[in-house]
Ligand binder design. Structure first.
Ligand SMILES: Nc1nc2c(ncn2[C@@H]2O[C@H](COP(=O)(O)OP(=O)(O)OP(=O)(O)O)[C@@H](O)[C@H]2O)c(=O)[nH]1
Ligand SMILES: [Mg+2]
Length: 279
């Protein structure tokens, strides 16, 4: 993958995180609850070192509730704990912060007393678009960090004083430099962690519909009026495009626009609460 996949600001961010780690007491890693494995980034582990880490399964409002419970169990051994969250509503944020504070203050090592006296510092990391800035804004109860429904909104690191006790470092979303597993690529693309400019949206919408059928998550059939005996996702794409009035000037079906619509609907939860991978 070229420049656009691992752009300069991500490389710079990794270097800056590595450098900031001496100031940091605890790491808060934001994952997307719909694919906690695919949205983790082991490439960052080296830069983060061995600091305690709180995992936040964000966007849990868009994930299958039972699958989220299973993920919480599976990730329960995370060093400083794991919580589910909805950073748009503010759910789970307080819990994550109190886990972080506990881990930051009481390490059982020398310096605990000093750490209790000063403001503690966390860094919020994760791949693009998982909700890092939203988490920080909720934690700070103000919109200090810019957010947006596309990857790559935060471009540079930014310290935000969240409370008299805590400072948080917002960081740009960082991708692993390469993704070899097609299932991981599919999840990242479906969840909007990769810039759409790099994606074949028609191909993605087709994979998405066939994946939803495999999972039995067929709410989309009803939403778009897809006949029950239609099984070919390519035909489904044609059908949805036509049904939604996606037509080119000559009257031909505009499957590109249809595909965009399907993917957008999936990302915003209009096709149901779906978790793409199980523990
Ligand atoms: N439904 C839902 N949407 C959320 C949640 N948290 C964040 N979002 C939305 O997800 C999008 C991305 O949020 P950001 O906070 O900008 O994500 P980020 O991780 O900072 O993204 P980058 O800076 O691009 O890496 C925004 O449109 C948010 O409103 C959540 O819990 N549920
Ligand atoms: Mg951000």
């Amino acid at each position: 993958m070229g420049q656009s996949w691992f752009p300069g600001h991500m490389a710079k961010a990794v270097a800056e995180i590595r450098q900031s780690m001496k100031l940091i007491d605890v790491v808060i890693e934001i994952l997307d609850a719909r694919a906690p494995r695919a949205t983790s980034n082991s490439h960052l582990d080296e830069a983060l070192g061995s600091k305690p880490r709180v995992l936040v399964l964000n966007k849990s409002d868009l994930a299958d509730a039972r699958a989220t419970e299973a993920w919480l169990d599976a990730l329960g051994t995370a060093s400083a704990g794991v919580v589910q969250a909805n950073c748009q509503r503010g759910m789970g944020v307080k819990e994550a912060i109190s886990l972080a504070e506990k881990a930051a203050r009481f390490t059982g090592q020398e310096g605990d007393r000093e750490r209790c006296r000063r403001r503690f510092r966390t860094v919020v990391v994760g791949i693009p678009n998982v909700g890092k800035s939203s988490f920080i804004n909720r934690a700070a109860r103000r919109s200090g960090a810019k957010t947006g429904d596309r990857p790559g909104v935060t471009r540079a690191k930014q310290w935000i004083v969240v409370s008299p006790e805590m400072e948080m470092l917002d960081t740009p979303g960082i991708m692993p430099p390469r993704v070899d597993d097609p299932a991981v690529w599919f999840a990242l693309a479906s969840l909007g962690c990769i810039s759409d400019d790099l994606l074949d949206m028609e191909g993605l919408s087709i994979s998405l519909m066939s994946h939803l059928c495999q999972l039995g998550a067929v709410q989309f059939q009803q939403r778009y009026g897809v006949p029950a005996d239609m099984h070919d996702p390519l035909l489904m794409l044609e059908h949805v495009s036509l049904k939604r009035g996606c037509l080119k000037p000559g009257g031909e079906t505009d499957t590109q626009r249809g595909a965009d619509l399907i993917v957008r609907d999936f990302r915003s939860g209009k096709l149901g609460r779906v978790t793409l991978e199980r523990p």
